[in-house]
Design a protein around this ligand. Structure first.
Ligand SMILES: [Zn+2]
Length: 339
């Protein structure tokens, strides 16, 4: 996804949290620095910030079949029922994959495993920042502590300059949104050559999303614009209409016994399934190029593109809000314990 798409996803997730009405202080923190989303949500893809080796395909969890005789094969099978149950009803990808006609049973019976170089592994990137952010919030400066639920007693012992300003905390929230959004990009989760950025489909799909989102979110425009936080969030809601998005205005909790890492692994598996609906899996898979128009041409292709747009964009926004809320709920729980 390009810079403007990442920025919009972070802002739409902020608006979703506001509409869900559950974490007003978190919404206040994020919306105060809404303009920073243009940089923060894009920062992990900037050349000097990343461990990736190229301009593209930096944050990936690309899956491919394991040989059936691999001793770990059974661990890497997630059948339709199991995966859609873990993903839950709120994610559109789950609703879509529940339809038995979308993927043959043989696809679901195959073990798939992802490989990613250090620094590229999406669930690791999400989990690393998610834990870092809890610590940054714990050490928040006096202004930030006003927003954070619960009392953090040791924070006064820290040097004032060692404490986290609100703007920095907001920046880290926006950075997490980048990795979460990348997990929702089907081509980032598909090891086939045809899903690489250079093969065609991947690049065109990201350009299509960027064009739909529009230039308002560009890092050369948004930070300088005169709009208020409320106006920016209103605009982010309207931009979602371009993808025909309808949000339920609630953000589910990560179930007990699970964490952001496990959620992201399953989200990536769902994205890989979506990639295999876009371009069906063939044994041997010789294709190295894949044209956007071959996948999304004709009436059926148009419908498929509308579905992929809706699923990827809706779930990128929702998953971002889910992970943000989980970070914040550490402090909501702290407050409950202190009551
Ligand atoms: Zn990325």
């Amino acid at each position: 996804m390009n810079q403007q798409t990442h920025a919009w996803i972070a802002l739409r997730a902020t608006a979703l949290l506001e509409d869900a009405g559950e974490n007003p202080q978190l919404v206040r923190l994020l919306s105060t620095y809404a303009k920073d989303a243009a940089v923060g949500a894009w920062l992990p893809d900037l050349k000097s910030a990343k461990l990736g080796r190229s301009d593209v395909d930096n944050h990936i969890f690309k899956m491919k079949p394991l040989p059936p005789d691999d001793p770990q094969a059974s661990r890497f099978i997630a059948n339709r029922q199991a995966l859609t149950k873990r993903l839950g009803p709120a994610r559109l990808v789950s609703q879509y994959l529940k339809q038995p006609e979308q993927l043959p049973e043989a696809w679901w019976a195959t073990p798939y495993k992802a490989e990613a170089k250090p620094g590229q592994h999406i669930p690791n990137c999400v989990m690393g920042l998610r834990l870092t952010l809890t610590d940054l919030l714990l050490m928040g400066d006096s202004q930030l502590q006003i927003l954070i639920p619960g009392e953090v007693e040791f924070v006064r012992k820290l040097h004032a300059e060692a404490r986290t300003p609100g703007q920095q905390a907001a920046l880290y929230f926006f950075m997490i949104s980048h990795f979460v959004a990348d997990a929702c990009m089907p081509c980032h989760c598909d090891a086939r050559k045809l899903a690489s950025y250079a093969a065609g489909l991947h690049q065109k799909l990201e350009e299509h999303w960027g064009d739909t989102v529009g230039k308002y979110y560009k890092d050369t425009k948004l930070p300088q614009c005169a709009d208020s936080p409320d106006q920016i969030l209103k605009k982010a809601r309207e931009t979602g209409d371009g993808f025909d998005l309808a949000f339920k205005n609630s953000v589910p909790k990560i179930p007990q016994g699970r964490d952001a890492w496990l959620e992201m692994v399953d989200v990536c598996r769902g994205s890989f399934a979506l990639a295999c609906i876009m371009v069906p899996f063939k044994a041997g898979e010789p294709a190295t190029k894949c044209k956007f128009d071959d996948v999304f041409g004709g009436a059926a292709g148009k419908q498929l593109l509308a579905d992929v747009d809706r699923i990827a964009m809706h779930d990128a926004v929702l998953n971002t809000a889910i992970v943000w809320k989980e970070v914040w709920n550490d402090f909501v729980e702290l407050e409950k314990r202190q009551e």
